[in-house]
Design a protein around this ligand. Structure first.
Ligand code: FMN
Ligand code: SF4
Length: 756
């Protein structure tokens, strides 16, 4: 079509040119006689061409111009028609690929195994993302799922199955995932199901755990991943691991670990939706641990399709860590993001898009990047900060907290003090309840924090100085007291007194003696003439031995036998029992006042009387406080119910039996309204009268002398005693309620009312 148009144009131009020459020729014929002489005529013709050459040039230029323009127009037309063709094709192709997409993944099912709700929350987050990407998504509680009936079908209907699974005590699954795990484990080894039972099932696993549980870390996620793989299901990406232990968590917290994994999952899902069949290039630097290779050897041809090892996988894979025998432990306590690269068989560091995202997430978590993170990580993650703040804690720095005790409020209003007011003369309205370590080495079933606290067996977090913790605690405590100014019922003189803290109860949450600067903190308290009541969970004997004198030192004795302690305290230490016994011995070596605190859980430890008597003879404490466990509402992390809470009369009966077994001890005091009794060593019964109260001023003088003498001038518990008032004694009609105050009956009995 193009050449025909050019031909027509040329013809027109030649015609125009000839016509022009003709006109020019005619205009030159001035004499007719000359016409007969053709030669003369032709030479004249040439001359006239020469003379009119300017016209000819113009005509040539015109010709060229027109020709050039036409060429350009024609070219443009052909390009635009080409574009139209191409876009037609693209639309067709994309429609076709849309169709293909629909076929590769029909939807996502998210199964969760959760006890305290973290995995369940993650399931919701992931589901929102999946749905936003246009795919249908279903969240399934594993307790409502019958794998025998349904699991094999998930492969045939092109569902991608995601398993979010938490691990619990001794590596066990959560209650809701128990049956699923049992079934899967059996199926994976049962020849009747066959090795290819789950062939075609595409899956991804993210495990939730805490690496302080060494030996059982994320066991459930690992096992489910393994069992699915054994049944020939296809892993679409490497297993993710979320770690509650901020020290080891790859991205600073379990939430951040999940976010990074979720991001990778979404990318992987997008590729699967597009029908991605990328296979392992064989270029990965994991050498022997290349899973594709392993898979080929096992004859699972599908696996290579979904198991593509790309940069993301190299960077993240926790399963790779294991398979290549590389564990975090081998690298030391803190595993930085950059270090991960080294861990993964020296994979070169690179700055991928995902890495940038991870860094952002890590920053979100208050975790500094590796370059500027020579320091340790912070104990409190933003998620934990939120949770604790909601529970009323005022957080200080990165590992301490303070909270206003309900007895402090009660005493401000003249409604009575806590049992420590009754037993030892603490002025509850001048008492600050605080802790320099929110972390603990136990997960006690009656823990009223509902297991939001961080756990650890040693201090591996960033540390705040003792001065800062004390100053901030005092400031925050005073601010909370100030909120009571003018509140109806608040006694003005108590309000004024309350602003000056006189006692510090180091028993809020966590394990205060884990804080490496605990001695500096205690000395500071005493410098401010504040008494120290320190409670420890009996897992750190050396730290107990290293402690400077405190006004009153407690150990929590939550059970009397190894098995029941494990059941109740769920300790992290494997050697928890020898540690526990050694703590009791360490307490026995102390000169100042010591206390065993027994929490009575009905039907659990009430039968263990003789064993308790043995433990008491081991530590020879000055006092034994026995209180009935308080029910803090339903908690999925604890099987404790109201049925486990003993009535006051049951506590009295238990305490009487126990006291009868201890020749040197008697029941001294009672605080009926917090279901608590005090057994005291008879050395505090002088001339038939109890001296269980404390002369706080005297204590401050003694401790000052002790410090000034470099510990040479020591003192004992009998050096700062005060007489117990009659109303506080066991058997008094007030039942431990200070007659100076007015009793206020609570309607809601289920709330924690016993105090610290
Ligand atoms: C009592 C108790 C025992 C635990 N035992 C383990 C364990 O053995 N291994 C582990 O990796 N994580 C263990 N964890 C940590 C949990 O798996 C982790 O806190 C997880 O985020 C809980 O998820 P969930 O809230 O969905 O139940 C334990 C937690 C608690 C409270
Ligand atoms: S219950 Fe504990 S924190 Fe509260 S006033 Fe008594 S000693 Fe202080």
């Amino acid at each position: 079509m193009c050449s025909y148009a050019t031909f027509r144009l040329m013809r027109t131009l030649i015609f125009a040119f000839s016509f022009l020459l003709c006109v020019l020729g005619t205009s030159e014929k001035k004499d007719p006689a000359e016409a007969s002489h053709s030669s003369v005529h032709s030479s004249c013709f040439l001359t006239s061409i020469w003379q009119n050459r300017l016209y000819l040039y113009s005509a040539g230029a015109l010709f060229f111009g027109i020709w050039f323009s036409v060429r350009i127009i024609l070219k443009k037309r052909s390009v635009s028609s080409d574009i139209t063709n191409v876009s037609h094709k693209t639309v067709k192709t994309s429609r076709r690929s849309d169709k293909e997409n629909e076929n590769h993944v029909s939807g996502v099912k998210i199964f969760y195994g959760s006890q305290t709700g973290t995995a369940k929350g993650f399931a919701k987050e992931l589901s929102d993302d999946v749905e936003a990407s246009g795919l249908p998504c279903e969240i399934i509680d594993l307790k409502d799922y019958d794998p025998d009936d349904q699991l094999a079908d998930e492969g045939t209907n092109r569902t991608v199955c995601v398993f979010l699974l938490a691990t619990y005590t001794d590596g066990q699954p959560t209650e809701n995932a128990e049956w699923f795990c049992k079934w899967l484990e059996e199926a994976s080894t049962d020849f009747r199901y066959g090795k290819t039972y789950l062939k075609g099932l595409k899956y991804a696993v993210f495990g939730l755990g805490n690496s302080v549980y060494t030996g059982h870390y994320n066991t459930v996620g690992k096992n489910v991943d393994k069992w699915l793989w054994m049944l020939s299901a296809s892993r679409i990406m490497t297993r993710g691991e979320g770690d509650c232990n901020v020290v080891n968590s790859k991205h600073g917290s379990i939430q951040a670990d999940f976010k990074v994994w979720k991001l990778k999952f979404s990318n992987r899902l997008k590729k699967l939706v597009k029908g991605d069949k990328k296979t392992c290039s064989g270029n990965c630097k994991n050498g022997d641990s290349c899973k594709n290779k392993t898979k080929h050897e096992h004859g699972h041809e599908d696996e290579s399709e979904v198991q593509s090892i790309n940069t993301e996988d190299i960077y993240e894979s926790s399963s790779d860590d294991e398979e290549s025998g590389l564990h975090h432990e081998s690298k030391g306590p803190v595993v930085d993001m950059e270090d991960l690269g080294n861990i993964m068989n020296g994979v070169k560091k690179f700055k991928s898009k995902d890495e940038e995202q991870m860094v952002k997430l890590s920053k979100l978590n208050g975790v500094k990047r590796a370059e500027d993170e020579e320091e340790r990580r912070e104990m409190i993650t933003p998620a934990l900060r939120d949770a604790l703040s909601k529970q009323g804690y005022k957080l200080i720095g990165s590992h301490s907290g303070v909270k206003l005790c309900r007895w402090t409020k009660s005493m401000l209003r003249g409604r009575g003090g806590c049992y420590k007011h009754t037993f030892y003369g603490i002025e509850s309205h001048r008492c600050m309840e605080t802790t320099p370590s929110l972390a603990c080495a136990n997960k006690c079933v009656f823990c009223w924090r509902h297991h939001t606290n961080p756990v650890g067996t040693e201090w591996r977090w960033k540390m705040d100085p003792a001065e800062k913790i004390l100053n901030d605690s005092l400031e925050k405590h005073q601010n909370m007291i100030k909120e009571f100014k003018g509140v109806p019922g608040v006694k003005p003189e108590r309000y004024e007194e309350g602003l000056a803290v006189k006692h510090c109860a180091l028993s809020l949450v966590g394990e205060p003696i884990m804080y490496p600067e605990i001695n500096a903190f205690l000395r500071l308290l005493h410098t401010h003439r504040i008494s120290s009541f320190l409670v420890t969970n009996a897992q750190f004997p050396q730290e107990i031995r290293n402690l400077v004198p405190v006004t009153q030192l407690y150990v929590s004795v939550d059970a009397s036998t190894k098995d029941s302690l494990k059941k109740i305290d769920r300790p992290l230490f494997k050697d928890f029992w020898p540690r526990f016994l050694d703590c009791l011995r360490a307490l026995g070596e102390k000169k100042q006042r010591t206390v065993y605190r027994l929490t009575l859980v009905k039907a659990w430890n009430v039968e263990e009387m003789l064993a308790y008597a043995d433990l008491i003879s081991m530590g020879q404490p000055d006092f034994i406080e026995v209180k009935g466990v308080t029910y803090c509402g339903e908690s999925t992390a604890s099987s404790l119910t109201m049925a486990n809470v003993p009535w006051h009369q049951e506590v009295v009966s238990f305490v009487q039996q126990l006291a009868d077994m201890l020749p040197q001890y008697e029941i001294a005091c009672e605080h009926e309204h917090s279901n608590c009794l005090l057994i005291a060593h008879t050395k505090f019964k002088i001339d038939g009268e109890w001296w269980t109260w404390i002369d706080y001023e005297r204590f401050q003088e003694l401790v000052q002398t002790y410090e000034d003498s470099g510990g040479q001038q020591s003192f004992s518990s009998l050096d700062y005693i005060a007489k117990t008032p009659k109303w506080a004694l066991f058997g008094a009609e007030e039942q431990g309620f200070d007659p100076a105050d007015t009793r206020f009956q609570r309607r809601n009995k289920t709330k924690n009312i016993s105090g610290c």
